[in-house]
Design a protein around this ligand. Sequence first.
Ligand code: MOS
Length: 692
Amino acid sequence: MSAGAVGRAHPRLEGPEKVTGTARYAVEYPLEDVTYGWAVPAAAVRGRITRIDPDPALAVPGVLAVLHHGNAPRLSSDVEPELYLLQDPAVHYRGQLVALVVAESIEAAREGARQVRIDYDTEPHSTVLTADHPGLYRPEKVNPSYPTDTSEGDFDAAFDAAEVRVDATYRTPAYHNNPMEPHATTAQWRDGRLLVHDSNQGSTAVQAALAELFGIPRDSVRVISEHVGGGFGSKGYPKAAVVLASLAARQVDRPVRLALTRQQLFGPIGYRTPTIQRVRLGSDADGRIAAICHDAISQTSTITEFAEQTAVYTRSMYAAPHRRTTHRLVRLDVPTPFWMRAPGECPGAYALESAMDELAAACGIDPIELRVRNEPTVDPDQGHPFSSRNLVACLIRGARRFGWGDRDPRPGARREGRWLVGTGVAGASYPARARASAATATALPDGGYLVRINATDIGTGARTALWQIAADALDVPPERVTIRIGDSDLPPAGVAGGSMGTASWSWALTRACQELRDRLGHHSGSLPPEGLTVAASTADEIRAQKPMARYAYGAHFVEVRVDAETGEVRVSRMLGVFAVGRVVNPTTARSQLIGGMTMGISMALHEEGLLDERYGDWVNHDFATYHIAGCADVEQIEAEWVDEEDSDLNPTGVKGLGEIGIVGSAAAIANAVRHATGVRVRDLPIRLEKLA
Ligand code: MOS
């Protein structure tokens, strides 16, 4: 019997701590004898450091040390080249963190960082992605481990023979993750053990990486990440800040606090690669697609390879007997791109869902009807059945709620005063996965329960959702349950990433809680003072999952107003309808979904990393010059969901919803702009001059 906590709206458990300022973030723990780090970015793009003069920095009162490749403690592993920091003089991109100043105060550290003198030997650099770059190559696989290319049937012949053809190339610029809390760490060594308070999306992985880098056992490293101010993927894997702070703490033999500056987030922490995407769709006159091809080009660095899985979205979204996807990559003298909210699906869906709109227009078919006509019965990529697929349900419900039925499909047909008004739609999907995790559940003699798992709440409400799930699994009122997360001393768990946090963690928690209930059923007498604890792990169960296509789906509906004189675009209405399995907490779920959709507004209209080839770096390194949607840019925004039961996922039936909100949202806006104005913009962002 269920206690019924799942499905109920509940404010975040840690909300009062956060709004009263008592929730501690990584560099906010009170600490004796603490010192402050300030990172020094390279001023060269490609080359080597020939000389570092730390003396002017050391002359600043309060400066304790200047760490660089010539004096930093040695790391014992270079298996992660991205984390092999301050070990050699090579410079791979402008802004690479090549030194660290440690001081008694943050002000002294900053001034010291300004004073470090560095000379470089430089070489010519290549920093701009082009479709004909001579360095284009075919990576072995794309993130995280998808095949690079796929092919089914005979795309070329089927495309040639198609009655209606769309052949369009879409471009997206570099996008930068900007969580409110920057990458930040407080590191301290005590008797050979490393303790870090760190801002990340999964401290089990940070613990493992630090143990490897410093050549110490995992249980000599403890990572505490109780509250995390966002990540968007950039904190899904250990990055520079935690390694630099740990190196520095060892060097000065005192605790070190290091927070990257807002400017230092533009590059060193990863970013979404720019993409060049050619999409070809060939259909009959009724819009039945025979041939789909998606060729994606993106960039990586010279340090390590990250290959965005841009065309993977197209593999499973719409039916067509003849299909092909490819990924090509160029190594440039740039920072390594990395995960940013829905890597792959986000830029890929912009291209495919735009091309679907172009095909609908070319066939003279409503874009919703076009999507319905091309619904696959099984996953077109792997041939597996779908655990559940409710794209059409989302489209139909959204169309009704949005008032799509009255739409005049002619572009530029609706004008209200100075505004051209248009509407657009796009589909969305995101994989529903889970990663092995472990958890414990304890029954306490006072009637309370304690559940423990090293989950991370990056602001999503994960702590609260897990607490609700545990209460139901224990079949007790949630008030009797205490949850502990965010500490690598807790049972190891997967990251808050890939929209699989809740699915992964709730699975392990549920198993631990069920097992505890079972044991309590057989237990007679009173509990010992430490209570009764059971542990569970989902590794075997997840490995034994049968192959199946598991995806969340969604449909975005957008109304835009475009100023006929200036080309200003306003997103006046945005509705997302999603099929995301069971919704644990409607309050936090809605917040995740509209957060993703808002990032879609930014992507469509505002965000753009502008690279100056001469300096090999982005010109815009702050919120004054790198624009994201502000409150005034978001007028009416709503997210809702269809009831969906899916028993093939995990015990809770959740699909994950952290990322699907951004998938397809920019396409829906671009499609609405096309409908309003007749102008199809194929390179984001949609700025005034592109509508002239
Ligand atoms: Mo998300 S980009 O997988 O944290």
